[in-house]
Design a binder for this molecule. Structure first.
Ligand code: PMP
Length: 352
């Protein structure tokens, strides 16, 4: 508490991201990619002429937006970029969700959404997941300021197919439907092809997961030019440079190497399946996942105890200390060797 803070600041409860430990641990807690960025990214960084940093970056990030437009078969005017999808989401909340009605979101979803609601004074109404821990798309109804959900969902991992998303969009035309596709590249279906028929659909994505560039903070949104203009208006009132020069150039290099991207995302999905089988064989309940993480529950031990014992073994996973999620652990998919170490450690702990 401070007398210097604006009154609203006292009420804020900031999002606390997963720990970034200093000591060397097997880090399976923030859904980073075990593969290095594409080789072209290394070339960009090695050959970068430091002298160029005197200049401002391109305020339009045009070349990156054009590269994304090619990747998703849309026009550059339908693409927005920002510092990680967290920032893109924040700008979208300001641009689209400040209406006099509640924002609809799943009860269990990315925990940044409620943080932004508090930050921007947006009322929220949460929709319970169905009995199989899936986002209940039919539950989105009634008067609202907009809809936000992740597809596939985090931290549960289930993704809806395009047909179900289409059905939702047919019912929802008044306000913006924001689909956060941070994890869609690991087996989910992207809603980008639905944008042409739905000017109220905004899809966000990130280079932090399938492109192995979490450290550079590159996020994007794809939607009608009307929505992109809304985001531009908010962004330019705040910081007219969406990304730094290095992020722009590295992002372009990451998109350019399609084979490497395919290789890495397929490898992550294969490791996910090996890990799922091993965990199930040990007796864990593992929710179906179309992401680069698994959401798992032990039928015998409190998740908090397994979390602590794994940490003793030098392995960091994610445990959410909330009533609903208390029984689960979220385990990011690391390398095959890291997942093997996880399985061995769980065996030594006697977890099942
Ligand atoms: N959406 C979801 C569902 C996430 O889990 C994350 C990663 N924590 C993000 C968005 C943000 O990713 P970034 O800011 O790194 O693009």
């Amino acid at each position: 508490m401070s007398q210097f803070w604006s009154p609203g600041v006292h009420q804020l409860t900031p999002y606390v991201p997963g720990e970034q430990p200093r000591q060397k641990l097997i880090k399976l807690n923030t859904n980073e990619n075990p593969w290095p960025p594409a080789p072209g990214v290394e070339r960009v960084l090695r050959n970068f002429e430091i002298e160029r940093l005197r200049r401002y970056p391109d305020p339009e990030a045009s070349m990156l937006r054009e590269a994304l437009a090619r990747e998703y078969s849309v026009a550059p005017e339908q693409v927005f970029v920002g510092n990680g999808s967290d920032e893109v989401l924040a700008l979208a909340f300001q641009a689209f969700f400040l209406h006099d009605a509640p924002l609809l979101m799943p009860e269990i979803s990315y925990s940044f959404y409620p943080v932004y609601c508090r930050l921007y004074g947006v009322e929220q109404r949460t929709i319970p997941l169905d009995e199989q821990w899936r986002v209940d798309l039919d539950g989105f109804e009634g008067e609202h300021a907009g809809i936000v959900f992740a597809n596939p969902n985090a931290p549960t991992g289930h993704g809806h197919d395009l047909e179900s998303i289409k059905k939702l969009l047919q019912r929802m035309r008044e306000r913006v439907v924001l689909i956060d596709e941070a994890y869609a590249d690991f087996g989910g279906e992207s809603a980008v092809p639905l944008i042409d028929d739905h000017p109220n659909l905004l899809v966000t994505g990130t280079f932090s997961k399938s492109r192995s560039l979490a450290g550079l903070r590159i996020g994007f949104a794809i939607g009608s030019s009307e929505l992109i203009e809304g985001l531009d208006r908010v962004k330019n009132s705040f910081n007219s440079y969406p990304l730094d020069m290095i992020a722009i150039e590295a992002g372009i290099a990451a998109l350019a190497d399609r084979d490497y991207y395919e290789h890495c995302r397929r490898a992550v999905m294969a490791t996910r399946e090996h890990t799922r089988q091993a965990l199930e064989a040990m007796g864990f309940e593992v929710l179906p996942s179309q992401t680069n993480f698994l959401f798992v529950r032990s039928t015998h031990q409190p998740a908090a105890d397994i979390f602590a014992a794994l940490r003793e073994h030098g392995i960091l996973v994610r445990h959410f200390n909330t009533e609903q999620l208390n029984d689960f652990l979220r385990i990011s998919i690391g390398s095959e060797a890291e997942m093997q170490a996880l399985i061995e450690a769980l065996g030594e702990i006697g977890a099942r």
